[in-house]
Design a protein around this ligand. Sequence first.
Ligand code: COA
Length: 384
Amino acid sequence: MSMRIGIHDLSLATAGYVLDLNDLAAATGVDPDKFRIGLGQDQMSVPGLDEDIVTMGAAAALPILERHGRDSIRTLMFATESGIDQSKSAAVFAHALLGLPDTCRAVELKQACYAATAAMQAALGIVARNPEETVLVIASDIARYEVDTAAEPTQGAGAVAFLIAADPALVEIEPIVGVHTADVSDFWRPNDSATAVVDGKLSIDAYLDGLTAAWDDFRARGGVDIAEIERFCHHQPFTRMAAKAHRRMAEHTGTELGVELYETSTVYNRRMGNSYTASLYAGLAALLDFDDDLAGRRIGFVSYGSGSVTEIFTGVVSAEYREFRRQAETAARLDGRVPVSVERYRALHSGGAVSSAADVEIPVETDGPFHFTGIRHRARQYRA
Ligand code: COA
């Protein structure tokens, strides 16, 4: 008899500002339906200069600690594409801001949008060995492309934190997975670049190819038949991508899969924009918050990170998940964002990469619980 292990709690945070994509469409002379329907995006979260992956990630984790305490957490894993240091992990900064126990390991994981799933798998293994421990996983990213490109409207920012534990209150993660790695140059970010390099069309094909290959591996390993998966949560760099993934899954398995099986998972991502590693788990947050008929149902997850790694896994939702929703809290975070003009967003976009060459103080401008306050002696400074 194997132990039930999985996601015990989950919480979402985002940046302090929001840009309406209708404004971006007007400013760039694009039909707003291209963004709203063609990409499936309504808004994008825009970080203030006092925000980064650490402040958003810690903000996502805080409500989990308030609900469950800190004592059982002996591991913090921070998954991100938008790292803030080449050596020191964002996990160590978040560990300090969150006041986690000293007797805790902290590490960062990277593989474009995929790393949070690798963190989750490692966490499941740790809890399997030591069931009295829990692992806090933080996925946090800022998606930044060059302005005036096709990718600009798919930017965004957000973080999801989740707690992996035995006897989970939300979703038991099942042990059989399908994985696939292929060296593809579809999206990457050189060390000297604040924005990602992307071949958008190739990245869509690479995602869909990864999906079919990972599905085949999932089935070869004994994963359940497609008919036994009752909801889908696809990685969403822009929410229309979930539609493409869903269609490919139906074609590849020779089944009919209705849009109602994934549509609810796009609710938060439509408003937040791309949050890279967090986006799949933001999809899960929306499913748990808005689908009233999930108890006992199996969700199929497609995790994709350009470059590329794909992982397909499944989870079964607990009978009592509705008691642990975070609907109101997440609505407050999304509704609480301050709207910005295209000009202001563009200024924040170019100001987002602060040089470490000279000391600088960054004034507090957003009202989240944590702030990036500048550079001192080349080191990043934070304040709770
Ligand atoms: N009304 C409704 N839909 C419209 C429209 C309009 N007025 N104008 C265009 N569209 C649709 C297009 O038909 C297309 O739909 P399709 O995907 O079903 O073919 C969609 O909007 C996108 O337009 P298109 O011109 O094909 O692409 P683009 O040049 O704007 O680039 C991406 C789109 C996704 C390639 C680009 O935003 C990008 O590079 N994003 C970053 C990379 C990424 O997220 N990759 C995902 C995999 S990880």
